[in-house]
Design a protein around this ligand. Structure first.
Ligand SMILES: [Cu+2]
Length: 387
């Protein structure tokens, strides 16, 4: 492992890194492919996809904010595009064998074989008319996959993402955070309308929560929908290292809940990030991402939340997605159906999927350097398995 200051997969070549990153990002928006062609026109001996390319470069992050990088399993991918890889006697090339092996790890349930999976529901305690969530903010060791070295990270109650908080609109809540870090922090409830003093932005609404201190955020919850809580202090670094979580606000009207309104029997949180842990879904890279498993005919809801620094177009094979809410707000007559849904940083989209096509369906970011390379799939990949 080298000292490259972050660990996100991304294309770097024997070409200037920034021009290639810019070309890939633009191409992903579907706007311009010319810059990619221009980049590819430069002389090259071979493609090299280096997953340690600093994502922080894209965010303009301070090079001084350098937690230990989290590379992918695919330390360096190299393939000469004009030359077929050598075949083994069994007929599989080295590439084929590696691609097969990583899928086998996924299907064997790697996500359950390593500790610390986040998004665990946190039940509040009751104090009069107030629901109370108690959390600590800790330095943790986080596992991205089973074979990557665990990374020093940050977590709420010890996990990345932190616990799932779920409450009903109109309820009064108090979330108490004790800072066990060696640095200051703060917490922002992203998407909520609340008293200004509870907004969690240091030096605008509150002082930072210093090491050893506890701060309580108390407000009446609303609006309903898919929201997030995360650090709003040195956030490029702290959110990038894991200080993020899901804040789900159920509508006060039970008829508007997804289980009632759409008959959904699963409510799945999908938080993406693309900083120091590489390209992750719920804090994990493929093959340690959790598969989605549904019965034939089952209706499921996925809540996409982007806590990273770049857009990710989520693509489901085999079935479409019905997009029903953006940033927690129901789309109503503007609901639409798609198979690829771009989610920008900070955005949340809720989608309903009717699992009517049996099989194991890939479900991945369609910026290809975030998902698949010469050594198979990695990063932002999982599968919807309809049984
Ligand atoms: Cu992506």
């Amino acid at each position: 492992m080298d000292d490259t200051p972050t660990g996100s997969p991304g294309p770097s070549l024997l070409l200037p890194r920034r021009s290639v990153l810019r070309g890939a990002a633009v191409a992903a928006t579907g706007v311009v492919a010319g810059s990619v062609a221009a980049a590819c026109a430069a002389p090259r001996a071979a493609w090299t996809f280096d997953p340690r390319t600093p994502t922080a470069d894209l965010a303009g992050a301070s090079p001084t904010a350098t937690p230990t990088p989290a590379p992918t399993d695919h330390a360096v991918h190299t393939v000469a595009p004009a030359t077929a890889p050598p075949s083994s006697p069994g007929g599989l090339s080295g590439h084929d064998a590696e691609a097969k092996a990583v899928v086998e790890r996924f299907l064997a349930g790697e996500w359950q074989q390593i500790p610390g999976y986040g998004n665990q529901p946190l039940a509040p305690t009751i104090d009069g008319d107030t629901r109370v969530f108690d959390m600590t903010i800790d330095e943790i060791t986080h596992h991205i996959t089973a074979t990557m070295d665990p990374v020093p990270a940050l977590g709420y109650n010890g996990t990345w993402p932190g616990p799932e908080m779920r409450i009903t609109a109109g309820d009064r809540m108090r979330a108490t955070y004790t800072n066990n870090l060696h640095e200051s922090t703060s917490v922002h409830f992203h998407g909520q309308s609340m008293p200004n003093a509870m907004d969690g932005v240091p030096f605008i609404t509150q002082p930072p929560i210093m090491p050893g201190e506890t701060f309580s955020y108390e407000f009446v919850v609303g609006p309903a929908g898919s929201h997030m809580y995360h650090s709003h202090h040195n956030a490029t670094d702290q959110v990038g290292r894991g200080l993020l979580g899901a804040f789900i606000v159920d509508p006060a009207d039970p008829a508007e809940r997804y289980d009632v309104k759409y008959g959904a029997t699963q409510d799945i949180i999908w938080i993406s990030n693309d900083a120091y842990g590489g390209f992750t879904i719920n804090g994990r890279q493929f093959p340690a991402t959790a598969p989605l498993v549904a019965q034939l005919g089952e209706v499921i809801v996925i809540r996409f939340m982007n806590e990273g620094v770049m857009m990710h177009p989520w693509h489901l094979h085999g079935m479409p997605m019905r997009v029903v809410a953006r940033d927690g707000y129901p789309l109503g007559s503007a609901e639409f159906t798609c198979d690829t849904l771009g989610v920008n940083p900070g955005e949340r989209f809720d989608v309903v999927i009717t699992c009517d096509n049996p099989g194991a369906w890939a479900f991945h970011c369609h910026i290809l350097p975030h998902a698949e390379g010469p050594r198979g799939m990695f990063g932002m990949v999982t599968a919807l398995i309809v049984q």
